[in-house]
Design a protein around this ligand. Structure first.
Ligand SMILES: *[C@@H]1O[C@H](CO)[C@@H](O)[C@H](O)[C@H]1NC(C)=O
Ligand SMILES: *[C@@H]1O[C@H](CO)[C@@H](O)[C@H](O)[C@H]1NC(C)=O
Ligand SMILES: *[C@@H]1O[C@H](CO)[C@@H](O)[C@H](O)[C@H]1NC(C)=O
Ligand SMILES: *[C@@H]1O[C@H](CO)[C@@H](O)[C@H](O)[C@H]1NC(C)=O
Ligand SMILES: *[C@@H]1O[C@H](CO)[C@@H](O)[C@H](O)[C@H]1NC(C)=O
Ligand SMILES: *[C@@H]1O[C@H](CO)[C@@H](O)[C@H](O)[C@H]1NC(C)=O
Length: 631
């Protein structure tokens, strides 16, 4: 008995010690999250339940790659209301990213949250947090956004110690006192505007433009007015030369929107958050966060949007409107802050690739010549959201509408457009586009169009099928993009470059039907088979009318000459190619009524694919084949 006691006591102590030291585990993370959810009301239901897997099915939560800890929590705009309790989120000691922005958090920020040692990004903007900014901050912080809250007191000096910090946003709070001397080598983004800061701007921050300091009447020194001048003379927004990278155009766009936002607080200009149903949550390969979000599910979700919109805080008004089911959580500001690169100028406007601060990449289309008013625009967006729900249709993630700007946001397709894949980088170093891939892509496109045609009792037309509107995922699955945009535009904006794809009746009578989509698809197929572009590129004597050219060649005799030379290196595909060519020729017959329906085209291509896999060794052997073959 006594012997056992002696043994037990140290064991107990040991266990206690271990627990005291304990770094958390997934169970403790789960408990912390459940405590958080239980103690803070939220408008949108969080589907967190102890019976389901934290890592794969809790909305807003992602885990480390080995699925042992919670790594990020993103709950923007879910209507969180109240105070973050201590000992809840602060316990997530492997957390790296926390976003609770655009909610209605109030009162002091629990100091255990910003001090989580692993935390590197903290997004709390657009809440109603007050009190002092906690001085205990994770030394790993690279991104700190506390803007648009009601923080008071001084900026804590401990910020000086955050050597990894790249972005510090504190604008629109009630901070006072001097600005600490921030000798932070990595700091690139700073905004301290609209506070009550005073005194000289430290030398270390002189390189930032005046817009970073506006709205602090007692602040002085470069880039603002001289400190010794007669006190607060109105600050002249003199042109400063900020350290601006190559994003000036984007910036200009941003400024316009910001001006619009601050100028017209009127509800007229801005959207109420109406979150629209549906949006495929597929293919969310998130650059940066190595873990997939566990969102393998395809469409079919029918969460009702009302819950969200009714609980949307006031501050949500000037925001991007997200389609339901999207897990993105940036807002307009983030988008405008993102570094952007022009991807192309299309018939409907300019397209940018935007890399957000948390390294999510999206595509932003800036529409020009939109003729619809806000209501109609929203209605059209609703249609796009509802109808475009198919794995071969590019889903829009969100949109923004104001008098001056209309933006559409969708996923970035890592493999670009089919047009670029097919025509780009000809010559040395190009990986040829093999037959299987071409068949797969054509089938994807056909299915996407067929889906659109099948919706709404058959009243939808794409109207702009072309190879540059076919986007490719990492796995080279095709997605049709730009569905639903034509009705937004004035007819003057009718694309001109699309000429080669337009059916005769569209050219002559401007009469678009589903059958004219079939025609355009036929041209697309010909392009895929011949490797030739259906419009003449300047300075080259390429064919203009691809269908006519193919017909003339084919009339002579079925000749291999029409096919892309790149395809000649693959064995045993001649028959399939000819079969595909026949499909294409049926699609481009002059008389619209004689063209097949898109669903029939899908079936025909499926036949080609089937015979393709029957005739040839299984696709696993494909690569071997490719290597061996040189006819
Ligand atoms: C997880 O951590 C909690 C508290 O830190 C502890 O009680 C529990 O035993 C741990 N579970 C595992 C599986 O390690
Ligand atoms: C919670 O929602 C997410 C996305 O909305 C979904 O992927 C997940 O399966 C849901 N989990 C449960 C338990 O319903
Ligand atoms: C910064 O870090 C140093 C060393 O860790 C510490 O001594 C100092 O008190 C910190 N400064 C602030 C303002 O927290
Ligand atoms: C930020 O503060 C300025 C000055 O108080 C105000 O004009 C502006 O509307 C504020 N912005 C927002 C989005 O609240
Ligand atoms: C701003 O700070 C000054 C002191 O520096 C104070 O007198 C003034 O009341 C403050 N203004 C606001 C609006 O808080
Ligand atoms: C900082 O925020 C203010 C207010 O929102 C804005 O007017 C200003 O342009 C911002 N500055 C920068 C550099 O983004």
């Amino acid at each position: 008995m006594g012997f056992q006691m002696v043994l037990l006591i140290p064991l107990n102590i040991l266990v206690l010690c271990l627990q005291a030291l304990a770094i958390g585990n997934l169970t403790s993370d789960m408990q912390a999250l459940l405590k958080f959810a239980a103690s803070i009301p939220h408008g949108r239901k969080l589907n967190w339940s102890s019976r389901t897997s934290v890592c794969s099915s809790w909305v807003g939560v992602t885990c480390t790659p080995d699925q042992t800890r919670v790594r990020s929590l993103r709950l923007p705009g879910v209507g969180l209301l109240g105070q973050v309790p201590t000992d809840s989120l602060g316990k997530l000691d492997a957390l790296e990213v926390l976003s609770l922005r655009s909610n209605r958090l109030v009162a002091d920020l629990s100091p255990d949250v910003p001090s989580i040692p692993s935390l590197h990004s903290l997004y709390l903007q657009h809440n109603k947090l007050s009190g002092n900014i906690p001085s205990s901050l994770s030394s790993k912080l690279t991104f700190l956004d506390l803007s648009y809250n009601s923080f008071m007191g001084e900026i804590p000096l401990s910020i000086q110690n955050l050597t990894q910090l790249t972005a510090l946003y504190l604008e629109n709070n009630s901070l006072s006192g001097p600005i600490p001397d921030l000798q932070l080598p990595k700091l690139r983004h700073l905004n301290l505007s609209f506070n009550n800061l005073s005194g000289p701007i430290p030398v270390s921050l002189k390189k930032f433009p005046a817009e970073c300091f506006f709205g602090n009447p007692s602040l002085c020194g470069t880039p603002l007015a001289q400190c010794f001048a007669v006190p607060p003379s109105p600050i002249s927004p003199a042109p400063v030369l900020p350290t601006k990278p190559k994003r000036s155009f984007w910036k200009k766009l941003g400024t316009r929107i910001i001006i619009a936002i601050s100028a017209g607080g009127s509800s007229l200009l801005f959207l109420l958050v109406i979150v629209i149903l549906v949006c495929i949550s597929k293919k969310k390969s998130r650059e940066g966060s190595g873990t997939p979000k566990g969102k393998g599910s395809v469409g079919g979700r029918a969460e009702k949007p009302e819950e969200y919109s009714s609980s949307a805080p006031e501050a949500e008004k000037n925001k991007l409107v997200f389609f339901e089911g999207c897990t993105y959580n940036f807002d307009l500001e983030d988008l405008l802050r993102a570094s952007a690169e022009v991807l192309g100028k299309g018939s409907y406007g300019t397209t940018y690739k935007a890399v957000l601060e948390d390294s999510v990449t999206v595509v932003v289309k800036r529409l020009k010549e939109v003729v619809l008013g806000k209501r109609e625009f929203e209605q059209q967006m609703e249609i796009i959201g509802r109808v475009g729900q198919h794995q071969n249709v590019m889903p829009f993630r969100s949109y923004y509408y104001s008098k001056d700007e209309k933006l559409l946001v969708y996923d970035y397709a890592p493999s670009g457009t089919f047009s670029t894949l097919l025509h780009g980088g000809k010559g040395a170093g190009r990986t040829p586009l093999d037959w299987d891939t071409r068949v797969k892509i054509s089938l994807g496109v056909a299915r996407g169009i067929a889906h659109l045609h099948s919706q709404g009792g058959g009243k939808f037309i794409h109207g702009n099928i072309k190879s540059s509107n076919v986007l490719l995922t990492q796995e080279l699955d095709a997605c049709v993009s730009e569905f639903g945009l034509a009705p937004l535009m004035s007819s003057a904006a009718t694309p001109s470059r699309v000429v080669g794809y337009r059916a005769p009746e569209v050219i002559e009578h401007r009469k678009s039907t589903q059958k004219s989509d079939v025609y355009s698809f036929g041209v697309f197929l010909l392009e895929l088979l011949t490797g030739k572009s259906p419009f003449q590129s300047p300075g080259r004597d390429d064919v203009v009318d691809l269908p006519r050219w193919v017909q003339s060649v084919v009339r002579e005799e079925w000749t291999a000459e029409v096919f892309d030379v790149e395809l000649m290196r693959y064995p045993n595909i001649e028959e399939d190619m000819v079969q595909m060519l026949q499909v294409a020729m049926q699609c481009v017959v002059r008389v619209a009524e004689q063209r097949p329906k898109m669903e029939d085209v899908v079936r025909m291509i499926e036949d080609v694919q089937r015979s393709n896999s029957e005739n040839r060794p299984s696709s696993e052997d494909k690569s071997k084949d490719d290597g061996v073959q040189t006819p």
